[in-house]
Design a protein around this ligand. Structure first.
Ligand code: ADP
Ligand code: MG
Length: 625
């Protein structure tokens, strides 16, 4: 007797479902794609309880008659492939004929459908693999699919589902991917009766982007277009200053289907390289039309990947389309405003930090003294670790120097810093001059070069400052929530609806950061209070970035990790940047805080802040030994 047996049909379907039905959002994707393939002009999606209880998609498309209804839920049954060759000439979103069968295998499915030219609609149900119907009933033309109790028969998957907020976030993202590719179709998305998105049929992609993400983004987008050799690249791309913290803003569509593709991504990155901060992401909506023979879409069960016949050509076309646009557009103006804005922004942050920390009791010692971008308690007192952070005024010893706001004055003689104490004779010598801070010069407005007891060190000013601010904020936040300031006039901020639900899930973290936000509409939140030390920053931008981060976090957040991520974001915004000239006092303050800060050798991202070269190394390099 052999041991191999044929699996029952239900089990086969359930296994297949594992590939394309991962969570409610995948069901929405499959159903909405079917509606688009059926030429629907309006598609309504209604979700209950994050998709656990119900996912309903209603369309006004072609509809199915009773016979087709019965076939639609069979595996490998499709109306979208006729001959063998069609597989290489696909112009519909679906073609594998497995979505409805898969969904039916892991839920309780009901479909009601009526083609426009028929009098009655028919309904079928599939429950635990058993099909009932078709039964006639009255219904408008089009198709309504209802998926109840998703994964009721696959407990591990059901358990794996995340909070409603997370699941709806994924649904919204799937909706974006389809809606952006089909601006002429109207969509409505509801969750527990609340309308999250109501998208009218739009005249073009840009209008759809505006309806989905707001006119602020749509208005600054630049059109791109390029054509050649069976490939057309079109789209809308944001100027570099509109970069985002989240990576999801690269939307690429191939023949009307959202895909992720490393060749295209690489070309996009390349085009924006050196125009945006490497840690941020560009915003692009790219539409690639290519003859069916030029691309294979049957690579992945969810069809999110494609294989190009000539990937180099695609890469080149995308890169050229973007580059040409950037070269022919006066980005100068925008770069300039960006510069002006961000300088003011940074100066604002720093000044506010100064104010905040000098107002705190420990730093009050320095009150009344002129303030620079950093405040340094003076004379430096070792062991008092909770002295003000890096925002310090020049101390009395330097009070006569007028260089506080002027260009950096290179220190005359470079004295060894106390780094590396107590080892070495230099450390001994220094111990007799305790008040003398380490000195350094700044090079390329980016690095500090500093003598140490046994050699020298090279410091990345941004990385170090970020680390110091981060440690300071971290310490403060463990003691109590960051001090916050109530706004006289609460401010509305427009944000994507799926991020609004993030508010509740992360209420505790926000409270600790001193941020008070409430949901005030389907696409807006209201800001009531804001961390005092950020009081002069662009609040709108901060809230957008903040919610973007929270939204990305999704699932059950580990509060501490998230908190630290956000503190890091604040520290990064507030820290001096590469390219910022520093005054001598600012340099001194940085070096002094460096010694006190924990883990100052690396920035919060784990990059080193400091490189050391010992005298021994130097001697070896110069072949003095
Ligand atoms: P595929 O989309 O790959 O063909 P599906 O399992 O998603 O496979 O759907 C099977 C068939 O059911 C489709 O080919 C289509 O003929 C029909 N169908 C599904 N949804 C709809 C709809 N909303 N309107 C009209 N026909 C539909
Ligand atoms: Mg389908």
């Amino acid at each position: 007797m052999g041991v191999i047996r044929r699996l029952p049909k239900e089990l086969v379907n359930r296994i297949a479902a594992g590939e394309c039905v991962e969570r409610p959002a995948s069901v929405v994707k499959e159903l909405v794609e079917n509606s688009i393939d059926a030429a629907a002009k309006r598609i309504e999606i209604a979700i209950l309880d994050g998709g656990r209880e119900l996912i309903q998609v209603r369309d006004d498309g072609r509809g199915m008659d009773a016979d087709d209804l019965m076939l639609a839920v069979e595996p490998h049954a499709t109306s979208k492939l006729r001959g063998d060759d069609d597989l290489f000439n696909i112009c519909t979103l679906g073609f594998r004929g497995e979505a409805l069968a898969s969904v039916a295998a892991v839920s309780r499915l009901q479909i009601v459908s009526r083609p426009a030219d028929r009098e009655v609609a028919y309904a079928i149900r599939v429950d635990a693999g058993s099909l009932q119907g078709p039964t006639p009933q009255a219904a408008p033309a089009g198709t309504t699919v209802e998926v109840r109790d998703l994964f009721y028969c696959v407990p591990p998957r059901r358990k794996f589902l995340k909070t409603n907020q997370t699941e709806i976030g994924h649904v919204t993202e799937q909706l974006a991917r389809i809606a952006l590719a089909h601006p002429d179709v109207a969509f409505c998305l509801r969750h527990n009766q609340r309308v999250l998105h109501e998208l009218r049929a739009a005249a073009d992609v840009r209008q759809r982007i505006g309806d989905f993400y707001g006119p602020e983004l749509a208005d600054v987008l630049l059109p791109i277009a390029r054509e050649g050799d069976g490939v057309r690249v079109e789209g809308w791309v944001a100027p570099p200053r509109e970069s985002r913290a989240a990576a999801k803003w690269e939307y690429v569509f191939v023949n009307g289907r959202y895909v992720r593709d490393r060749f295209v991504s690489h070309a996009v990155r390349e085009a924006y390289r050196s125009l945006i901060d490497p840690s941020r992401h560009p915003v692009v909506f790219l539409y690639i039309q290519i003859e069916a023979q030029g691309v294979d879409v049957n690579v992945h069960p969810t069809k999110i990947e494609v294989r190009w016949r000539d990937s180099n050509y695609i890469h080149g076309q995308v890169l050229a389309a973007l580059r040409d646009k950037f070269l022919s557009t006066n980005l100068d103006h925008s770069l300039q405003t960006r510069h002006a804005e961000s300088d003011a922004y940074r100066a604002g942050v720093r000044q506010a930090m100064v104010d905040f920390f000098t107002r705190s009791p420990v730093a009050a010692r320095g009150a009344g003294a002129p303030q620079g971008r950093f405040v340094r308690t003076d004379p430096p007192s070792r062991g008092q670790d909770d002295a003000g952070p890096i925002a310090l005024h020049p101390g009395p010893r330097r009070a006569n120097h007028a260089d506080d706001s002027g260009p950096p004055a290179p220190a005359q003689s470079i004295e060894p810093a106390r780094d590396g104490r107590p080892a070495g004779t230099g450390g001994q010598a220094l111990a007799s001059r305790p008040a003398e801070p380490p000195q350094a010069i700044q090079i390329h407005n980016t690095y500090l070069v500093c003598a140490t007891a046994d050699g020298m060190m090279l410091i990345d000013q941004h990385a170090l400052h970020e680390r110091i601010l981060y440690e300071e904020l971290r310490q403060r936040v463990t003691r109590q929530p960051l001090e916050s300031q109530q706004l006289l006039l609460p401010e509305a901020v427009r944000v994507p609806p799926d991020q609004i639900e993030a508010l509740e899930a992360h209420a505790d973290v926000l409270r600790r950061l001193g941020v008070e936000l409430s949901a005030s509409g389907p696409q807006s939140v209201t800001l009531h209070a804001f961390p005092s030390f950020l009081e002069r920053v662009d609040r709108q931008q901060f809230v957008i970035d903040l919610l973007g981060r929270l939204g990305e976090r999704g699932a059950r957040p580990e509060t501490d990790t998230l908190l630290h991520e956000l503190l890091d974001m604040m520290a990064c915004k507030a820290a001096v940047k590469a390219g910022d000239p520093l005054t001598r006092d600012e340099i001194a303050a940085l070096l002094e805080r460096r010694e006190k800060a924990e883990r100052s050798s690396h920035c919060p991202h784990g990059r080193p802040t400091t490189l050391h070269l010992s005298l021994h190394d130097l001697e070896r390099q110069f072949r003095r030994r």
